[in-house]
Ligand binder design. Structure first.
Ligand SMILES: *Cc1c(COP(=O)(O)O)cnc(C)c1O
Length: 395
């Protein structure tokens, strides 16, 4: 009952070193072959000259950054994208040698020292920040120029120099000592939309900056613009690198992009039944008795809750899979536990595995299903699983 046919290794979480994962109450399963499969599917739609940057920020969207990074690089990704310096250092400490772009902003001399020390590649967002970089590297007498990635704001209104001032900014960075421009990039705000108008406008602005640079004799070595949605929607947006997060994890950024590629979800959320009991009609279940049994009911308690990342707003709305069947969750989801109505499977045993996200037989529940129920996006669901859940890598 508690056995698992596939090979596995626990990839993170101190606790799981002490207690074998088979005795865990709840865990995240990471399907490494699905991850490799997705990388190869993405590579198939890229031109020969376009490289894949796997975006592994936020602990690889909750999947576990080191294991994911090793697997995607082996499967053919060339670059890694992270949000912060500590995320980059974690990968370097694990022995990862691939180029790592920090997508977020970095400013202080401490940060610049760490970037140089760990051979990370920063995003340059403004003239002021570029000067701090150059001066700090001068002060530490940096011998080799630091590869930097110049970020343009073409309409996202997030990080970067506005496209109107971008050519001037790039020329400044070109002239600054201790820096070498590794790429020029921008980020799309509406690539998942059915209407391409805004995306095309951003691309036009990007192209316009590149044209301006060409007239002053600057040939950018490398350009990139596409996230998952843009990568799946239009080859004209691929340029030299595509920065793909969500699709690598096997989810689609939008329904209309499903046709363009076959992807497999990488992450599954599992937990164990910890108690099974029968309750009579009229019995209230969980805090505030938001659920009252109308008939006699077979109830299973499961050892996972909102402190693990199961959104409390799914209370009384979600279903889980047991023995390949969907069963309803009942009552308020609590911090560490939730309850199920298993009347349809009355002989469910304590210790049995419940799939909250994932596939059992013909049934599957995805992060997208939860996102739709909660009026949010699958990105947020994936990032929501807490470190209390050990990440278990399945070969
Ligand atoms: C997070 C991020 C991506 C990846 O986005 P997905 O939609 O998950 O593919 C790409 N580029 C930048 C700048 C990002 O911040």
């Amino acid at each position: 009952m508690l056995s698992h046919e596939q090979t596995s290794s626990v990839t993170s979480n101190q606790e799981s070193n002490t207690y074998p994962w088979l005795s865990q109450r709840a865990w995240v399963e990471i399907n490494l072959s699905a991850l490799s499969y997705n990388v190869k599917q993405v590579l198939r739609i890229l031109s020969q000259h376009t490289q894949l940057m796997a975006v592994v920020k936020a602990d690889a969207y909750g999947h576990g950054a080191v294991t994911v990074a090793q697997t995607v690089l082996e499967a053919g990704a060339s670059w890694l994208g992270v949000a912060t310096i500590p995320e980059g250092i974690e990968l370097r400490k694990a022995g990862i040698k691939a180029p790592i772009l920090i997508l977020g902003a970095t400013h202080t001399s401490e940060q610049i020292h760490a970037i140089a020390q760990w051979k990370l590649q920063p995003t340059l967002i403004s003239p002021k920040q570029a000067l701090v970089f150059s001066n700090t590297l001068e002060a530490i007498n940096c011998k080799t120029p630091l590869p930097v990635h110049v970020k343009l704001d073409t309409g996202m209104s997030r990080l970067g120099t506005n496209w109107q001032e971008a050519a001037e900014f790039v020329q400044l960075v070109e002239r600054l000592p201790h820096l070498t421009i590794a790429s020029i990039y921008s980020h799309l705000a509406t690539a998942d939309s059915l209407d391409p108008t805004t995306m095309k406008q951003q691309q036009q602005r990007f192209e316009q900056v590149i044209a301006q640079l060409t007239t002053v004799g600057i040939e950018p070595p490398c350009l990139h613009l596409a996230n998952s949605a843009a990568t799946l929607s239009d080859k004209a947006l691929h340029y030299d690198i595509v920065r793909v997060g969500l699709a690598v994890y096997g989810l689609y950024p939008a329904d209309h992009l499903r046709l363009n590629i076959d992807l497999k979800p990488v992450l599954e959320i599992k937990a164990r039944v910890t108690q099974v009991k029968t309750i009579p009609p009229g019995t209230g279940v969980s805090y505030s008795h938001q659920f009252i049994a109308s008939d006699e009911l077979r109830l299973a308690v499961v050892g996972i809750g909102y402190a693990d990342g199961v959104p409390r707003n799914l209370s009384n709305k979600m279903q889980v899979l047991i023995r390949g069947q969907r069963v309803p969750q009942i009552g308020t989801i609590t911090m560490d536990q939730l309850m199920l109505d298993v009347s349809a499977l009355p002989d469910v045993q304590e210790g049995e595995v419940v799939t909250l996200l994932g596939t059992e037989g013909k049934e599957h529940i995805t992060a997208e299903d939860w996102a739709n129920q909660l009026n949010t996006i699958s990105w947020e669901i994936l990032c929501g699983f807490k470190h209390r859940l050990p990440r278990v890598a399945m070969a």
